[in-house]
Design a protein around this ligand. Structure first.
Ligand SMILES: Cc1cc2nc3c(=O)[nH]c(=O)nc-3n(C[C@H](O)[C@H](O)[C@H](O)COP(=O)(O)OP(=O)(O)OC[C@H]3O[C@@H](n4cnc5c(N)ncnc54)[C@H](O)[C@@H]3O)c2cc1C
Length: 414
């Protein structure tokens, strides 16, 4: 009989940790407080589950990047695809590198994980919230809401982060980690839509553009992104906004004034854009700046953009060379201020969490407490949108599950 491994949290990392440990011979119990397993997996990728990315590189991760680098070195995309293939899941890679189940349905991902776990005979308890974990001389006692208690040789903390409380997110995992002596940095939302009170931003609600975006906190650039930007009734969303929201939230929390600069022609450097617009002005002989932009930008964007330039250029005459250069400057650095972010309910990930330096990147075991393992978003590593967060959850869950099941792992504390 292998060690008794208790996994707290039945999300992405906990499912993989439980399955891996059970397959390696451990007697596994999985405790999940929600009514079902993998609720974020089901919601992920708009119901399609963007489970990985061919462009896995450490630059797409934040928090402790060195830790992320070592984890990716042990469990990269090839290992993840092999793992899922072994469960029967077929995957496809889209042109931008994002990986999805071939079915286009996140429930296929959960189904192969859940059915494989059931086959191992693991004891899975849903609706069971862990309220305390105590380390003993030998193993652990895990207390559940309602008075139940479980004994285990090893414990895997896979409670996720604070994002999306309606799908199981919350701060209880951080408190459990702290109670076991781990250091936790205050969580802050990541991959969250941003709020702007600038009227022109709201005028464009519903419009999508391909853009480059940079965020500046009190004048200093803190993040940059490229991709689709979606204007909304409250501000901005879409991958370009989500990918820099982490740094924006941290800057706002530090009291900085935050401004975003939007480049509507990310494919052209400014001199090239100036040449392009001057050439259009020469050949099209437009009767107004609006006519110059027609066919180059969506009408609504051109109209709102020109509305912000009324003081700088005459809008009802053929644009002069100077006006064209003013347009080029505006199009490559259209500014709007950011005054906040949407709540945790809309964040897809959490920055902050358990300090990775206190955990082995090889085994996910806490350095100071043998037998305790940490996996997933609970750790202070978060990724960009595009499958990076789920990959990190699978990878750390796999490493934690494998090492928690090892017989030689010391379960006696000094
Ligand atoms: C709407 C949405 C869409 C997303 N889309 C993508 C995507 O397409 N690609 C991508 O890479 N990432 C995506 N993410 C992020 C990704 O889902 C998470 O990073 C990932 O699920 C983290 O895995 P985890 O196991 O650490 O945490 P979770 O999956 O959140 O699982 C943690 C589990 O622990 C349980 N739990 C917590 N505390 C306790 C306790 N005390 N006792 C018992 N159980 C407990 C929770 O109920 C939860 O089920 C998305 C997130 C959201 C919210």
């Amino acid at each position: 009989m292998g060690p008794r491994v208790l996994v707290i949290g039945g999300g992405a990392s906990g499912l993989v940790a439980a399955l891996t440990a059970a397959r390696a011979g451990a007697a596994v119990t999985l405790l999940e407080r929600g009514p079902g397993l993998g609720r974020k997996v089901l919601a992920s990728g708009g119901g399609r589950c963007n489970l990985g990315n061919a462009g896995l590189e450490v630059g797409r991760y934040h928090g402790d990047r060195q830790f992320a680098r070592r984890v990716l070195g042990r469990f990269g995309l090839a290992e993840s695809l092999r793992f899922f293939e072994g469960l029967g899941l077929m995957t496809v890679q889209e042109h931008d590198g994002r990986v999805f189940p071939r079915t286009g349905q996140s429930r296929s991902v959960l189904a192969v994980l859940e059915s494989s776990l059931n086959k191992t005979g693991a004891d899975v308890r849903k609706g069971c919230e862990v309220t305390g974990v105590r380390a003993r001389d030998r193993g652990f006692v895990v207390e559940a809401a309602g008075g139940g208690a479980f004994e285990a040789d090893r414990v895997v903390l896979a409670c996720g982060g604070a994002s999306h409380p309606q799908l199981g997110g919350g701060e209880l995992g951080y408190r459990l980690a702290e109670s076991l002596g781990l250091t936790v940095s205050v969580p802050s939302p990541s991959l969250v839509p941003l709020v702007s009170k600038d009227p022109w931003v709201r005028k464009l609600a519903g419009v999508r553009v391909d853009a480059a975006l940079s965020a500046h906190a009190s004048g200093r650039q803190v993040a940059a992104s490229r991709g689709e930007l979606l204007f909304t009734a409250y501000g901005v969303s879409g991958p370009a906004a989500l990918d820099l929201s982490r740094e924006v939230c941290l800057a706002l929390r530090g009291g900085a004034e935050v401004e975003c600069r939007l480049n509507l022609f990310p494919e052209s450097a400014r001199p090239e854009l100036e040449r392009l617009l001057l050439e259009r002005a020469r050949t099209l002989k437009p009767l107004s700046p609006a006519a110059l932009l027609r066919g180059a930008l969506p009408d609504a964007v051109a109209e709102v953009f020109l509305g912000t330039l009324v003081k700088e250029i005459p809008l009802h005459e053929s644009p002069t060379e100077e006006a064209v250069l003013t347009l080029a400057r505006g199009l490559s650095r259209w500014r709007f201020s950011v005054c906040g972010h949407r709540p945790w309910e809309e964040a897809m990930a959490s920055a902050g969490g358990v300090r990775p330096a206190e955990v082995s990147s090889e085994t996910m075991e806490a350095r100071a407490l043998k037998g305790l393992f940490v996996a997933g978003e609970l750790l202070d590593v978060d990724g960009d949108s595009g499958g990076f967060n789920l990959h990190f959850a699978w990878a750390t869950g796999f490493l934690a599950g494998n090492s928690a099941a090892e017989r030689q792992n010391a379960i006696l504390r000094p």
